[in-house]
Design a protein around this ligand. Structure first.
Ligand SMILES: *Cc1c(COP(=O)(O)O)cnc(C)c1O
Length: 433
């Protein structure tokens, strides 16, 4: 038997047809790895077709911060369905979108005053990149059409987003002929809590100085590099990037698609460095994981620059822009987050994760562990066999999906200490020799 086909035996017609017809993220249809069928979910638990219940350690890829099947979010969706589920956004507006944009401007770092609603994180990044390019075209400097990004970054899977992902772990090699070439500075080395060393930004500083006449913007994930390595870096780095962008007349795009809405312990990770970017991308947790929605915010300077240029408007407009259903749930999710003492709650999760991570340092297979906010990371010495380890996690009653050498959790914010202890104990039982 192939080593990866036994991770879950397809039994039901759903699973058989899944393998026959359905692409999953980064999946092969020639050699499919069986998926797990979820039939319902509630709170921090996913229920599988065979009745197994799993504690969710992933928040469905950073999204379901309030857990599954939340009565407040359900109600927001139901109320809005009874009014209007979707209407075109060209020439039409509605309260759910307007209220959401007002709310986003109010809670994000100062100066981000205009909102473009997009359909998914990658699209929000595409929009951000188009904004900065169009800004410089409008300003009569079309040669400023390159981006400076960081190694170990992740910004999405569409082409412009892919072009600023880590050039090694991203898909640059495969798509070499079709992916735009940009500049990459080394990933920050100073850890989140480590004393700042100016040397850490030296190469970035040199690059932005050398190429400023070609650079439209710097794009980075503030403080936490997510899917490109789950790395936490010093807020001083971010502070220096902001200063260097100002000095060299380069815009700054902060991609907070993963970090936004409290995940790192601040509402937005830019707050750790007390900076505002020129353009901000949001997604993932924006609807509490109910449906796809994203937003790209920018300053008045950027919006005016774009709109006062030759085109006279920003050249973008997705069909499902401002979907009322998604906006209503987003409003409810943000209100729900802000209505409680979410900061103490994230601190509680961080300290429980830190306590629980201690036991892992004794394992020979573990290289290091770290936690920040509601993110816990166990970095192994060697890449894990995902299909195999996933099966063991399910058998241990948890949903955790590692990548490469990284076994990590980003649990829903409603996770109790008991849930977290169970989650980490299950992971320990699997990693233990
Ligand atoms: C997930 C992610 C994206 C892409 O979002 P999608 O909704 O998957 O398109 C972009 N940037 C960051 C930092 C992300 O974590």
């Amino acid at each position: 038997m192939n080593s990866i086909t036994h991770s879950a035996e397809p039994q039901s017609q759903i699973l058989l047809n899944d393998q026959k017809y359905v692409w999953h993220p980064y999946s092969s249809l020639s050699n499919p790895i069986p998926a797990y069928e979820v039939v319902s979910a509630e709170g921090v638990k996913l229920r599988l077709a065979d009745g197994t219940e799993l504690i969710d350690g992933m928040s469905s890829w950073w999204c379901t911060i309030h857990g599954y099947n939340h009565p407040v979010l359900n109600d927001a969706a139901v109320q809005q369905i009874g009014k209007v589920s979707h209407v075109m956004f060209g020439g039409i507006t509605h309260a759910p979108a307007v209220n959401l944009c007002e709310k986003l401007v109010a809670i994000t770092p100062a100066g981000l005053d205009k909102v473009f609603l997009a359909d998914s994180g990658s699209v929000a990044v595409e929009v951000a990149i188009k904004m900065v390019f169009q800004y410089w075209i409008s300003k009569g400097q079309p040669e400023k059409n390159k981006l400076l990004s960081l190694r170990n970054g992740y910004h999405g899977d569409t082409f412009a987003a892919m072009s600023v992902c880590d050039p090694v772990t991203g898909m640059h090699h495969l798509f070499e002929q079709v992916v735009e070439k940009h500049y990459f500075a080394p990933a920050p080395q100073t850890g989140f809590d480590q004393p700042w060393d100016e040397q850490d930004i030296a190469e970035f500083s040199q690059m932005i100085s050398d190429h400023s006449h070609r650079l439209a913007a710097v794009i980075l994930e503030p403080v936490v590099q997510g899917a490109g390595g789950m790395r936490f870096y010093s807020p001083y780095y971010l502070k220096r990037v902001r200063e260097l962008c100002d000095k060299h007349n380069v815009l700054l795009i902060a991609d907070e698609i993963a970090t936004g809405f409290g995940r790192t312990g601040k509402l937005f990770a830019c707050e750790w460095a007390d900076i505002s970017p020129d353009v901000l991308c949001l997604g993932k947790a924006i609807t509490g994981g109910y449906m796809t929605l994203a937003a790209t915010l920018c300053t008045d300077k950027v919006s005016r620059g774009i709109c006062e240029g030759e085109a006279g408007c920003f050249m973008h407009g997705p069909t499902f822009m401002g979907n009322p259903l998604a906006c209503s749930v987003a409003n409810a999710s943000i209100d729900l987050l802000l209505s409680a003492d979410w900061q103490s709650n994230i601190q509680r999760i961080e300290s429980t994760l830190k306590q629980q991570l201690v036991q892992f340092s004794q394992l020979k297979s573990v290289a290091s562990t770290r936690a920040l906010g509601a993110i816990g990371v166990i970095e192994m010495h060697d890449p894990v066999n995902m299909a195999e380890i996933q099966k063991q996690f399910v058998e241990a009653g948890v949903w955790v999906r590692p990548f490469g050498k990284l076994v990590y959790v980003m649990p829903p914010f409603i996770s109790s200490d008991e849930n977290l202890i169970q989650l980490m104990a299950a992971i320990f039982s699997v990693l233990e020799p």
